[in-house]
Design a protein around this ligand. Structure first.
Ligand SMILES: [Zn+2]
Length: 161
């Protein structure tokens, strides 16, 4: 698969993509970001591959993908459940088992915004019934989520911010 195009993705996703390999390695597994920004032409090719049975992973029709807006990344992992837990804990939306590698920004952040604080805040807006925690509390719980070797705290904070 071609190198993911991360130059045109949302700054938060770019940071997540840059730090995720290090964070996942510290947690004992490997990830690879396989897709970031896609042009209309690329999306069209992936969609045709999918509907013609040449790709395992679903692709929306061209013009209808969050990848074309720079608001989604695809992450292949050999520990899917932990990857999902990690990325959703910082506010990204997982597409679910139908498209298990797809993670995207909450729709409320579609225009502007950068940084996980806004992602987390937007998540609260998107699902008010489920997410009542303050941003600070959310970040604290993510930072202390998994015990690890000395230095872990620093790397998870790098990841979050
Ligand atoms: Zn995707």
């Amino acid at each position: 698969m071609a190198q993911a195009n991360l130059s045109k993705v949302h700054p938060t996703l770019r940071k997540v993509a840059a730090n995720l390999p290090k964070v996942s390695r510290a947690r004992g597994y490997e990830v690879r970001v396989t897709s970031g920004y896609r042009s209309y032409a690329t999306q069209k090719k992936l969609y045709l591959d999918y509907i013609n049975g040449r790709s395992l992973y679903p692709a929306n029709p061209p013009g209808q993908s969050m990848h074309e807006k720079g608001l989604a990344i695809d992450v292949v992992s050999n520990n899917e459940s932990d990857t999902v837990a990690l990325l959703t804990s910082i506010g990204l939306i997982w597409a679910g088992p139908e498209d298990p590698i797809h993670f995207q920004m909450p729709s409320k952040t579609a225009v502007g915004g950068s940084g996980t604080k806004k992602v987390a805040a937007a998540q609260v807006v998107v699902t008010p019934a489920k997410k009542k925690k303050s941003v600070a509390k959310k970040i604290l719980s993510a930072a202390s989520w998994v015990p690890g070797p000395i230095g872990w705290g620093a790397s998870i904070l790098d990841f979050i911010f």
